[in-house]
Design a protein around this ligand. Sequence first.
Ligand code: KIV
Length: 267
Amino acid sequence: MAEKVTVPEIAKMKQRGAKITCLTAYDYSFARILDSAEVDILLVGDSLACVVQGYANTLAVTMDEMIYHTRAVVRGRKRALVVGDMPFLSYQVSSEEAVRNAGRFLQEGGAEAVKLEGGTAVRETIAKIVQAGIPVMGHVGLTPQSIHRLGGYKVQGKDKGQYDAILADALAVEEAGGFALVLEGMPMELAKEITKRLSIPTIGIGAGPHCDGQVLVIHDMLGLFDDFKPRFVKRYAELKDVIGGAVKSFVADVREERFPAEEHSFR
Ligand code: KIV
């Protein structure tokens, strides 16, 4: 097995120009597969609200549910860094609540770091969590927990005001002590500038090729979730079709009495 990925190692990867890979994982079986394929970071994303729980957005998933999934992922990985995504309202109300909830990801979930959305607005909160010894990954640009304020899943930073605000958010995350930063849904030129200006690694999703690493939602890249397909997703498999085909074969086999056969039965 390649060496265990740690928070300091993620920082070093930027320094030596090694691209960082990150995928979401929500359970033990997927965590094992992704870990064996040497994905550097497993993000237990609040996207599980959509792709696992079936909600229209990420707002409904709770701390307890996130911890439950984090534990399952941690049991399945050996090498990757596990990052728990702080759900809506787990860090926005007060810094004290934020530290406590971030701590739960490490203490109860077994994660090694947390992720939260925002920049200048959460600078103090990030600093307090980091002071408690908990590594924080930031997330700026299109921040899905602010879907209603943003008016939908729209690319952010196209006009000068937004561009400057996102740049300020990114700088605030670094200044507060964040160890890495997700850049979501923004023009690639903005992501390129942020990546150049920051010493911490950037991990892009819908932010072009100039980031220090890339993240995708596992259900999107494997073709398991097709309620919609964002432009930035590359499909590496069409598992929905593969699974659907396998299940149809099972149904036909049982109905036509081909399964179970002799070799599946006991005497
Ligand atoms: O919840 C999630 O999956 C995420 C990634 C899209 C970065 O935050």
